[in-house]
Design a protein around this ligand. Structure first.
Ligand code: SF4
Length: 401
């Protein structure tokens, strides 16, 4: 039985073959034995959380007033991410899917995505993922240029990506995302565009593309190399030019630029990510996984031994969002999307239009040409970032914090 509001599920598999030079995600190489112990713990956590254990504000079987127990809420999307989920034995993905289906109310048409990396999959493993019920693949390619792939510290070549993509299509995947990165060290506008063009030459091209500008994070190998002057990043103007050349090229070729870094063919937006940007509740399983349940945000421990010792009760950070926090999130997450923030939906949720709590911020952004108002399908209006606003999106978001 499915009751209550839709919910999303995220499963984190934190293992990789080797650490990419730019990566600050919670991921690392690990021996098979550790991977197996972790995957067993994940199954325990899935069963435990479905029973309401380890979720702040949900006491056993007693739902909050008006809300269904967690295991009865319709699940509209599952995302198995990492790390590299395809680094563990494929059978584990089958067991995770079995556990999710046994303990949660997955909708028949739920989007079920999994991240894979070239160099960690075979024809056979991709066929197995499909049999286990994975419907959408997200393939980490990052670049079509061999030299760039080596600079990034990726474990694969572009040819290996091409094999992965072909095998995925042969296995029946008809909804594929490819991750690319731009503004890489020494990258010219032409070279950045070549990687995107290579995606459009695939037959058929991916239904979805994520193109993220490189951000050099503290503590990564890249950070040290940039500080030592070994790597030089494109300047800000070049980074923005690369961004817009890619965005315009993809829009001309039939992709909707529906979020700052995301592009989709009609009907192929990522349901899971859209849910996150529009404030849908989600439960995360695994090391460091974050959840938003009710108005409470919590995260699992990021220490492996602590997680393995008690995967169900490993939440270490917990914060109950006040109404003003929820409003701020609605603004800065909603503005990431081309649809922006609907005044009508904001009013329905908070009892006021966004211009009431954010009169000054909205007025100043509109005066500076960073925000504009457009008509919404419900007859109301929407606030959206302008092209100029997209160039300084972090500055705009900070105004609502
Ligand atoms: S494969 Fe992804 S998660 Fe793993 S090290 Fe590389 S960027 Fe990080």
């Amino acid at each position: 039985m499915m009751k209550g509001q839709e919910l999303e599920l995220y499963v984190h598999i934190p293992f990789c073959i080797q650490k990419c030079k730019y990566c600050d995600f919670l991921s690392a190489p690990a021996k098979r034995q550790v991977q197996n112990a972790y995957m067993e713990a994940l199954l325990t956590e899935i069963a435990g959380k479905a029973a309401g254990c380890g979720i702040p504000d949900v006491r056993g079987e007693l739902p909050e007033e008006g809300q269904a127990p967690v295991r009865e809420r319709p699940v509209c999307s599952v995302f198995i991410g990492g790390g590299t989920p395809s680094a563990v034995e494929p059978a584990w993905i089958g067991r995770v899917m079995e556990a999710l289906r046994a303990h949660f109310a997955l909708r028949a048409d739920a989007e079920i995505s999994m991240e894979v990396n070239p160099g960690t999959v075979t024809r056979k493993s991709l066929r197995l993922y499909r049999e286990f019920g994975i419907r959408r693949l997200s393939i980490g390619c990052q670049s079509a240029d061999e030299k760039e792939l080596r600079t990034l510290g990726r474990i694969h070549t572009f040819d290996q990506f091409l094999d992965t993509y072909r095998w995925a299509r042969e296995a029946g995947f008809d909804n594929i995302n490819v991750d690319l990165m731009s503004a890489l060290p020494g990258q010219t506008i032409e070279r950045a565009c070549r990687s995107v063009e290579a995606m459009l030459q695939l037959d058929p091209p991916p239904e979805h593309l994520s193109v993220y500008s490189l951000i050099v994070e503290e503590g990564t190998a890249f950070c040290e190399q940039v500080q030592a002057g070994i790597l030089t990043l494109p300047d800000e103007d070049t980074e923005r030019e690369i961004y817009w050349r890619i965005a315009d090229f993809l829009e001309t070729n039939g992709y909707e630029h529906y979020e700052i870094s995301n592009y989709a063919k009609a009907g192929c937006r990522c349901i899971h990510n859209c849910g996150y940007w529009t404030g849908r509740e989600y439960l995360g399983f695994g090391l460091g996984a974050a959840s938003l349940y009710g108005h409470t945000r919590f995260s699992n421990t990021d220490t492996l031994d602590t997680y393995l010792a008690d995967p169900v009760h490993s939440a270490v950070q917990q914060e109950t969002l006040r109404v003003q926090d929820q409003m701020a999130e609605t603004m800065f997450l909603g503005l990431r999307m081309a649809d922006g923030v609907s005044s009508g939906q904001f009013l329905a949720r908070y009892g006021v239009e966004p211009t009431v709590p954010y009169r000054t911020q909205i007025a100043s952004c509109m005066r500076d040409g960073l925000l504009r108002v457009t008509d919404a399908a419900d007859g109301g209006t929407r606030l959206v970032l302008t092209r100029r606003g997209l160039d300084v999106s972090n500055y705009v978001f900070a105004k609502f914090l």
